[in-house]
Design a protein. Structure first.
Length: 190
């Protein structure tokens, strides 16, 4: 497995090896020992799978507040997406900074996003599917969102027009007035 560190501490890109021939390829996309060798010791408890029909569907920026925070291992299994993580750990040297990467079925890249980050993506193709492992179970009472287009974050989304949004994402709070619930380690803020 190839590991590439991002400018955000703890957020890394992982590319599992693919073994191919004229029939196609095989890849071991998740292996606890391989992840541990890459420095990731997260214990995943839930898998999620989303499908977005139109190109330009934007989901995010989402989080689950402590004590229900989730680290995620995200991959795109059909089409392509621009996947974004924002560090919102109070006191972090990269607080409020974002990083984005293209994840696609073709490139096989996975994005590990630690607890204490906002997460979102926009589809670059029609019929995009994203699958991700989580270290915490979904807790509706801890579910939250921050506006995807907050000027305070300045995320450079690769959009050709207005995105397709859910009501939740369209009505999310702006980062400039949002207060992070996360402490420096991703746990509850003191």
């Amino acid at each position: 497995m190839n590991r590439v560190d991002t400018p955000l501490q703890g957020a890394v890109l992982l590319t599992p090896k693919r073994f191919g021939d004229d029939r196609g390829w095989f890849s071991e996309v998740w292996n606890a020992r391989a992840l541990e060798a890459a420095g990731i010791t997260a214990e995943f408890v839930q898998d999620n799978h989303s499908y977005s029909k139109p190109k330009g569907t934007l989901r995010g920026l989402h989080y689950q507040a402590p004590p229900h925070g989730q680290a995620k291992l995200v991959r795109c299994t059909a089409g392509a997406v621009w996947d974004v993580a924002v560090d919102v750990r109070a006191g972090s040297a990269t607080y409020g900074r974002w990083y984005g990467a293209e994840l696609s079925a073709a490139n096989g890249v996975q994005f590990f996003i630690p607890v204490g980050f906002l997460h979102g993506f926009v589809t670059l193709t029609e019929d995009a599917e994203v699958q991700y492992k989580c270290t915490g179970y979904y807790a509706p009472e801890a579910d939250g969102a921050v506006r995807w287009d907050s000027a305070a974050l300045g995320i450079d989304w690769p959009l050709d027009g207005a995105p397709v949004l859910s009501e939740k994402d369209a009505g999310a709070r702006d980062f400039a007035v949002w207060e992070t619930p996360f402490g420096p380690d991703g746990g509850a803020r003191a």
